[in-house]
Write a protein that binds this ligand. Structure first.
Ligand code: HEM
Length: 514
């Protein structure tokens, strides 16, 4: 009985908080309406309208009824969904100074991981961290790591040859290895490597903890203070676990870099270059810069894993579903390499069709279809609609990349849409939306783009990717998971060397790498 009274009191208190927030926003609106959207219910607002699965598809449909700029009201919070390039440019780019913050996520505050670039509020620290990420991952720095990427991707083909059914694990390991090598000059020791394992666990924990509706504390921040003896409401143990993991990800690889710099064994890496540069500073300035390097690189080596894997899995799925596309890409690669060697980054200008396939993979199945929320730092009236300070803003990347006016028949996988009549890559100014917008646009975008290209070209140069016959002869079907990052659910597929020559190429490359 006492338990029920507590629950009732809690619900009453929650309703009071929501009502207070709604009232405060009403005063600030000065008569301007919120952007259109489904009619909210008292207190809970549009809670029941918020889709838990494949939300980007639902929002794309709703935008047809309402507008490209829609609003939802969830427990007193205003969420604005932008479904067009114009709206994302107007707000995230032209008014980037008020739309580049991140909303606070209570569970991450409890874990003490606001040092992550992904979560950093817009301000001075953001600029310091962002500069480190942008410098380390800009195209000019990436060229130093091309040879390493080419070697790693050849090792990937050898693993695929050995155990093709484990291809997803191989891709995941390849990505972890290349990122650790480039960022810290660290040679990972296989799947059980402690740094690979920590990054994977942190990335999974981050995704699970930020899913809408997954944790009550994210909706009602006062639950942060619930004592641990209320196990069904206390998030403190989870926060402690996340904190320990995040500290490991931030500090362990940097400890490795410092030690290897001291004993003279350090390889060229983004971390060692940053630390060397910081040597000209002194005292607290140097300490601050070194801390910012650990924090930013700790983010870079975990933040992009899910999205990269999603894009590589979608690539495998796309070429499996479209054998004609696969043959044409293989023909293009063969004409350049003469089947005597693996393709390299230098071949890229001669492989426009392979490039177009990579672009179409990202357009067809954008890995982060509903963006990562930005937050407004000021009240603002946009085209007559009120967007309050603190509102969450999401770009509907899916809707932008499936706009039939820009990409006719958007559901069809058609790499040719990125080519002109001469077969060269044509200008496209819309696809960049796949990496987000404005000041928070993905700093890993050039690296992601290079990775997708080199994996696609190398894998297709030696393997055929085909459907496997289901044991019950049912037709091939595929589904996508619907969290923050959308990727294909595991699907059966056959990856076999194109012929004896391809097999020899793989083994030959492995001999020279070993
Ligand atoms: C195909 C692969 C990828 C896609 C589609 C992708 C997409 C995105 C998107 C949509 C955002 C949100 C941008 C915004 O808020 O407007 C983002 C942010 C971010 N991405 Fe990526 N990403 C990819 C790969 C990577 C990689 C490989 C890395 C690291 C090496 C990375 C690191 C980050 C970081 C640190 C942020 C947060 C930036 C900030 O808050 O300022 N991403 N990414």
């Amino acid at each position: 009985m006492a338990f029920l009274v507590t629950i009732n009191n809690l619900l009453l208190f929650l309703s009071f908080l929501v009502a207070l927030k709604v009232l405060r926003n009403y005063r600030r609106r000065r008569g301007f309406p919120y952007p259109p959207g489904p009619r909210p219910l008292p207190l809970i607002g549009n809670l029941l309208d918020v889709p838990m699965e494949s939300s980007w598809l639902v929002y794309t449909q709703l935008a047809k009824k309402h507008e490209d700029v829609m609003s939802f009201h969830v427990l007193g919070r205003v969420v604005v969904i932008l479904g067009s390039t114009k709206a994302t440019k107007d707000l995230f780019e032209k008014r980037g100074h008020i739309y580049s913050d991140r909303p606070p996520i209570p569970i991450f505050e409890m874990m003490g991981v606001q040092w992550s670039l992904l979560l950093t509020s817009y301000g001075k620290l953001f600029h310091v961290r962002r500069k480190i990420a942008d410098r380390g991952f800009r195209p000019a720095s990436l060229t130093h790591h091309r040879a390493m990427q080419e070697t790693r991707v050849r090792v990937l083909t050898a693993r695929m040859l050995d155990t093709p059914h484990e291809w997803m694990d191989h891709i995941e390991l390849f990505h972890g290895e290349q990122l650790l090598a480039m960022t810290y000059g660290y040679d990972a020791k296989g799947r059980d490597d402690r740094l690979i394992d920590a990054a994977k666990k942190l990335s999974e924990l981050g995704t699970r903890s930020s899913l809408p509706g997954s944790l009550l504390v994210n909706e009602f921040r006062f639950l942060r203070h619930v004592p641990e003896w209320l196990p069904w409401l206390s998030y403190k143990p989870l926060a402690r676990f996340g904190h320990a993991l995040a500290e490991k990800v931030k500090d362990d690889p940097m400890k490795f870099v410092r030690e290897s710099m001291q004993d003279g064994t350090a390889r060229e890496s983004i971390a060692s270059a940053g630390l060397k540069e910081a040597e000209i500073l002194s005292g607290s300035e140097r300490e601050g810069q070194e801390r910012a390097i650990s924090e930013t690189l700790g983010t870079m080596y975990t933040a992009g894993t899910d999205t990269i894997l999603a894009s590589l899995m979608s690539f495998v799925l796309a070429v499996l579903l479209h054998p004609g596309v696969q043959r044409r890409a293989q023909g293009e690669i063969d004409a350049v390499t003469g089947r005597e060697r693996f393709p390299t980054f230098e071949d890229r200008p001669s492989l426009p069709f392979v490039d177009a396939v990579c672009k179409e993979v990202l357009r067809w199945r954008p890995p982060a279809p509903l963006h990562v929320p930005h937050a407004a730092t000021e009240d603002h009236v946009y085209e007559g609609f009120f967007i309050p300070k603190g509102a969450w803003l999401l770009g509907n990347i899916w809707a932008i990349l499936h706009d039939p006016d820009v990409y006719p028949e958007p559901e069809v996988f058609n790499p040719e849409r990125f080519l002109d009549s001469n077969g060269s890559l044509r200008d496209d100014f819309t696809l960049i939306a796949v990496y987000g917008f404005g000041k928070r646009v993905c700093p890993g975008r050039y690296f992601a783009d290079a990775t997708l290209f080199i994996v696609a070209a190398t894998v297709l140069s030696v393997f055929n990717i085909e459907k496997t016959r289901n044991s019950d002869d049912s037709p091939f079907q595929y589904t996508f998971s619907g969290g923050l990052v959308s990727r294909p659910d595991p699907f059966p597929c056959s990856i076999t060397p194109r012929d004896k020559k391809a097999e020899e190429l793989i083994i030959g490359a492995l001999m020279t790498t070993a």
